[in-house]
Ligand binder design. Structure first.
Ligand code: DUC
Ligand code: ZN
Ligand code: ZN
Length: 468
């Protein structure tokens, strides 16, 4: 066979194996894995490089309305550009239902935001904020059939959060239709009570974002979400877990026989609440929810990655500019932590951080890295085996990594819309030096190669491996 492209002399790594092979690519798919492939229009020499499945980041917020006068720093163009620079070939972004809005209307809006702007392939999770009988009875079942097979619910944020009875009804629809529900677990009433107490005491600085959202508020909501899922008898994903106590809830639910997926993120490995406690509102840069905790929580999250409590390592990329009236330092945010938009950029740094801090430092092996950053995302969100692995017939989404390459993270490198990265100056060992999406090289030497318009496509998805 004559291939369009052959990658030669790579060390191919999947979630289960590592082996020397050439990779033959035809019509955007992997057509052969063997040594000695030569007949090709283009030959890429990957001697000394690792060929990994392109990263799949299944927790990314782009171009989402975020409150009065606040503008998210990335749209689908800049957000997926940064994703590609950081070695990702697919992102799953959120499509947020406004109160009173139908899900079809919401999807129309987000498809219009994403169409023709994406540099990598994209799919949507639905965020359910208004679970009316019509939404749950008619719209959602039809949309699951149409390939929107996952959704998120919030237990916090007035205006977004669902009551327990609404969560139960949403879980019930998920069970009937085979959708997978992601849950943001924090106890809103406890947080509101604590914000009130902080206000009485005149505590308004960014660092108080962390003390108003304590571990107990996350643990309690995690336990409640797991209990509600147990009552309905449906699998769920506990997203952005920040600490040991929430992890223990996941472990216990699994011991009871529940099917649960767990997710953690770079901020819970690399940041602590001390990062929010800095001069001149600098701490606003690190405001996200759940907040970063302490060193012991970081160690716990590493343990969770090593031992399989977490299936997913995602960025929770939710970017706002720092020095900007439409971002972190908006007029109200400068005076009170509760108006600082929650979220940090991370779609471009997720993979290098886990590679450097996890693989190079010996905490996880390369196969775990692939599982945590690509394969499990594809399986859990209905994209496998088209995405998330290197196998014959799969899309040729391949990141070539130089495991020795030393880099220093700087904001410029990341090409996102935010004016900072929380990881400025972090020394990194290992870097994705080239990215192919469906067989086309879209990143080389830290820059997009595309001359024309972006070529990312929308992905309709099947059902989750946790549901089937
Ligand atoms: N939850 C997220 O998943 N992302 C950003 C903010 C939040 O609360
Ligand atoms: Zn969340
Ligand atoms: Zn998020």
């Amino acid at each position: 066979m004559r291939f369009d492209t052959v990658i030669r002399n790579a060390t191919v790594v999947t979630a289960s194996d590592s082996f020397k092979s050439d990779i033959g690519i035809k019509d955007g798919r992997i057509a052969a894995l063997a040594l000695g492939l030569t007949e090709a229009g283009e030959v890429i020499d990957a001697t000394g490089l690792l060929a990994l499945p392109g990263g799949i980041d299944s927790h990314v917020h782009l171009d989402q309305p975020s409150g009065d006068g606040i503008v998210m720093a990335d749209d689908f163009d800049s957000g997926t550009r940064s994703a590609a620079i950081g070695g990702n070939s697919t992102v799953l972004a959120f499509c947020m239902q406004e109160k009173g809005q139908s899900l079809r209307e919401a999807l129309k809006v987000y498809h219009a935001k994403a169409d023709d702007k994406c540099h990598v392939d994209v799919a949507f999770h639905l965020v359910i904020t208004d679970p009316t009988p019509e939404v749950l009875g008619q719209e959602l079942p039809a949309l699951v059939e149409d390939g929107y097979t996952s959704l998120k619910v919030f237990m916090t944020y007035e205006g977004l959060r669902l009551r327990d009875d609404e969560i139960l009804a949403t879980l019930d629809t998920a069970r009937r239709t085979g959708a997978l529900v992601m849950v943001h677990c924090e106890n809103e009433d406890a947080i509101r009570y604590l914000i009130g107490r902080h206000e009485e005491e005149g505590k308004f600085a960014p660092k108080f974002h962390a003390s108003t959202r304590p571990v107990a508020a996350e643990r309690e909501a995690t336990h409640r979400a797991l209990s509600l899922a147990e009552i309905v008898d449906v699998p769920i994903v506990i997203v952005h877990v920040s600490n040991r106590e929430a992890m223990e809830e996941i472990r216990r639910a699994r011991q009871r026989g529940q099917k649960i997926a767990g997710e953690t993120c770079p901020q819970y490995l690399m940041l602590t609440a001390d990062d929010l406690d800095q001069e001149a509102l600098e701490g606003a840069k690190y405001v996200c929810s759940p907040p970063p905790r302490d060193k012991a929580s970081q160690d716990a999250c590493w343990e969770g990655l090593e031992q399989g409590v977490f299936d997913l390592f995602s960025s929770d990329h939710c970017p706002f500019r720092f020095d900007d009236a439409e971002g972190k330092l908006n007029e109200k945010g400068k005076r009170h932590f509760r108006w600082i938009p929650n979220g940090i950029p991370g779609v471009g740094t997720r993979l290098p951080i886990l590679f450097s801090e996890g693989v190079r430092k010996g905490r996880i092996d390369l196969n775990q890295f692939v599982a945590l950053t690509a394969t499990n995302h594809a399986k859990l969100y209905g994209l496998y085996p088209r995405k998330g692995t290197i196998a014959i017939g799969a899309d040729a989404d391949i990141a070539l990594w130089d495991p020795e390459k030393r880099m220093t993270l700087t904001n410029d490198l990341l090409q996102h819309g935010a004016d900072y990265t929380p990881y400025e100056g972090l020394a990194i060992e290992g870097w994705p030096v080239r990215l192919l999406v469906r067989g086309r090289t879209i990143v080389e030497d830290g820059a997009l190669t595309e001359q024309e318009r972006p070529t990312g496509t929308y992905l309709s998805r099947g059902k989750s491996s946790l549901v089937r």
